[in-house]
Design a protein around this ligand. Structure first.
Ligand code: SF4
Ligand code: SF4
Ligand code: FES
Length: 242
């Protein structure tokens, strides 16, 4: 059986800088990066901290930086990313590290709230179901971003987030665009005002890293472009004031 040479980021016990520590892990058929981290934690060093839940690409909790690139680790096969038998595993960028491979996602989700990324409707239980035609343009635009699992891969890959920590980021803006196109939502005026500021959609430089790396094949870049158009139209109509 061959062996993988794995370097894993470990936090310093005293709150200092942290460093990479090397481990040898046996290669297995169909092994994922999450399997490698789990092997280290269960067989070599139980103090290694990392986060996962579903292991099937649903929960969004297992994202890490793998050989320099943010990825979901439960669906990333070692054979695809470590052809030379080497892996370097670090926490996601652009987020504070809690310990080892675990990042604090509070700021990431706070930005979803700032972008008014929650559904706002006015129908009651006595109203009939809203009927949204499957083929309508709004339905297609809303569906395009709805499968986001909140993994943070796009946020960690975005240079603008690194330069401008207040920037709402691709995931929160993708969520806002999904709701802007939801025919049942009634909160668009306030939502467009929330995403039109300096930290909102106009800060995006269209680098596309978010779209290239999103494991769910969502295009936050396209969502942000849509928000730029919608915010500009709302501004022309005087709807962003007050
Ligand atoms: S397209 Fe915009 S949001 Fe996406 S990575 Fe580039 S700058 Fe960030
Ligand atoms: S848009 Fe994609 S990369 Fe970003 S949080 Fe959602 S699923 Fe993850
Ligand atoms: S563990 Fe849930 S998406 Fe990877």
């Amino acid at each position: 059986m061959s062996t993988l040479s794995v370097r894993v980021f470990r936090s310093a016990a005293n709150g200092g800088e942290g460093t990479f520590v090397g481990y040898d892990v046996p290669r297995m058929p169909a092994q994922t990066v999450l399997d490698v981290v789990t092997h280290i934690q269960r067989r070599i060093d139980p103090t290694l901290a990392y986060r996962f839940a579903c292991r099937v690409g649903m929960c969004g909790s297992c994202a890490m930086t793998v050989n320099g690139r943010a990825r979901w680790t439960c669906r990333t096969h070692v054979a695809r990313v470590a052809g030379d038998g080497r892996l370097e595993i670090a926490p996601l960028s652009n987020l504070p590290v809690v310990k080892d491979l675990v990042t604090d996602m509070t700021g990431f989700f706070d930005k979803w709230a700032k972008a008014r990324g929650r559904f706002e409707g006015k129908a009651t239980r006595r109203d009939d179901f809203a009927r949204v035609a499957p083929g309508s343009a709004e339905r297609k635009l809303a569906d395009a971003g709805i499968e986001c699992i909140g993994c943070g891969v796009c946020y960690s890959s975005c240079d603008v987030v690194a330069w401008h920590p207040g920037y709402l980021g691709p995931a929160a803006l993708n969520r806002a665009w999904t709701l802007v196109n939801d025919a049942r939502d009634t909160g668009n005026r306030a939502r467009l005002a929330a995403v039109a500021g300096d930290a909102g959609c106009h800060a995006c430089h269209t680098h596309m890293s978010c779209t290239e790396r999103c494991p769910k094949q969502i295009s936050p870049t396209a969502a942000i472009a849509g928000l730029k158009r919608a915010a500009a139209l709302a501004a022309l109509r005087g709807e962003l004031e007050g």
